[in-house]
Design a protein around this ligand. Structure first.
Ligand SMILES: Cc1ncc(COP(=O)(O)O)c(C=O)c1O
Length: 393
């Protein structure tokens, strides 16, 4: 993995250290070129007509579905392209058939996108059980054993926390779901970009993630389904086989869930993002991020006024580290890192209000989130700057 070569593909990195990859990642030149090529040379709609432009666009758009499915070992399921993880999760929440008395099991760790759709269902008489993690964010499997029963319609949980970086034991939770006939939805927004994921091995029914967090363009996301067992959120052009005056037959496969003209340039770009990730190798990316993460954690733990959140166990985590400096607002720290050292970090509650409340952090944290293009030199500079900030206190 040649980081210098990789960085040449990301011109934005010339002047900044980009450490906000959990919010959105950057797109490399091949992705940007692919989108431009669509606009300049074969822009047209997809799945409509037979002219020369639509033939190319439709093929490339189709290819993106295949590439994404291959990345996550999901060739046997259905891969639907969406706007983002949020849309994918809402499609499941709205598309499943709910009955009064059904129960949904989720956790306090969830991003609002994997929390609000379930809380909203309370209005329809659906119960929502929210499992609390240990103070370090790790999950107690026995809490799932107690919470999941024959009334559990769905278990919805994150694969990796966007605040604490820990990877959850989804396979074990999938086994409990299977024992009770409960469906499992995994929010993979923070796992697929950073670690090798095989959806079949996770044992889930629905797997949702964002293309824009894995080098793809903004406005791209994915809903992978084991079976096409939910109703489509939208009905209209492109999603049907046949329409008569009083009925319609839905298309088979992903098309039934992708009514209307999609983000064609973005989705073609997403296919190139997958090519890029596979060329670098997900195992290489995971190893690289692990090395950087350990460096960040060790460096921060050595500073007295700094509190690092998340599990001490460093093996099962992605490159996300949350911390605070005593007596400072997270926004203040993030602002100094940006203004003083050109380091882009995230501060605040990270769309996880329930988790922040549970952790007693009303202002949230500063979050560093790394990716394949970050370097040890950037981490050295980050740690030196944070140490300098603490010295001035
Ligand atoms: C764990 C997790 N789930 C869901 C989302 C929502 O992703 P999107 O904004 O792409 O819908 C995010 C975004 O940060 C996330 O980190």
């Amino acid at each position: 993995m040649d980081i210098d070569l990789i960085r040449e593909d990301f011109p934005l990195l010339d002047n900044i250290a980009y450490l906000d990859n959990a919010a959105t990642s950057l797109s490399p030149e091949p992705v940007i070129r692919a989108m431009n090529e669509f606009e300049r040379h074969y822009r047209s709609n997809v799945g409509r007509g037979v002219h020369r432009l639509t033939t190319i666009a439709t093929q490339r758009y189709w290819d993106s579905h295949i590439k994404v499915a291959e990345l996550i070992g999901g060739e046997d399921g259905t891969t639907v392209l969406t706007k983002n993880t949020t849309e994918a999760i809402n499609m499941v929440a709205c598309g499943l058939e709910w009955h009064s008395g059904d129960n949904i099991v989720t956790t306090v760790l969830e991003h609002h996108s994997n929390f609000l759709p379930w809380v909203h269902l309370r209005k329809k008489g659906i119960g929502v059980s929210t499992i609390e993690p240990f103070p370090d964010g790790m999950i107690d499997i026995s809490a799932f054993e107690s919470a999941i029963n024959e009334n559990t319609g769905l278990v919805a949980l994150t694969h990796a926390s966007n605040v604490l970086g820990n990877v959850l034991p989804v396979k074990e939770i999938a086994s409990i779901c299977q024992e009770h006939g409960a469906r499992l939805l995994i929010d993979g927004a923070q796992s697929v970009p950073h670690i090798s994921v095989d959806v079949k091995k996770t044992g889930c029914d629905y797997f949702c993630f964002s293309g824009h967090k894995m080098l793809g363009p903004t406005g791209t996301g994915i809903l992978w389904m084991k079976e096409t067992d939910i109703d489509p959120l939208l009905l209209g052009g492109g999603a049907i086989d046949k329409v008569s005056l009083d009925s319609y037959t839905l298309a088979e496969g992903y098309q039934r869930y992708e009514a209307g003209t999609p983000n064609i340039a973005g989705m073609i770009g997403l296919g190139y993002a997958v090519d890029y990730l596979r060329k670098v190798g997900m195992d290489n990316i995971e190893r690289h991020e692990k090395k950087l993460t350990e460096k960040v954690i060790h460096g921060l733990e050595d500073m007295e006024q700094v509190h690092v959140y998340g599990p001490v166990e460093k093996s099962a985590r992605i490159g996300v580290v949350s911390f605070n400096i005593e007596g400072m607002h997270p926004h203040e720290v993030s602002h100094i890192l940006d203004e003083g050292s050109d380091m882009i970090t995230r501060s605040g509650e990270h769309c996880c209000h329930p988790l922040m409340e549970y952790m007693g952090l009303p202002n949230g944290t500063v979050r560093i989130s790394m990716y394949l293009y970050n370097t040890e030199e950037e981490i050295d500079l980050l740690l030196a700057t944070i140490e300098e900030i603490t010295r001035r206190l």
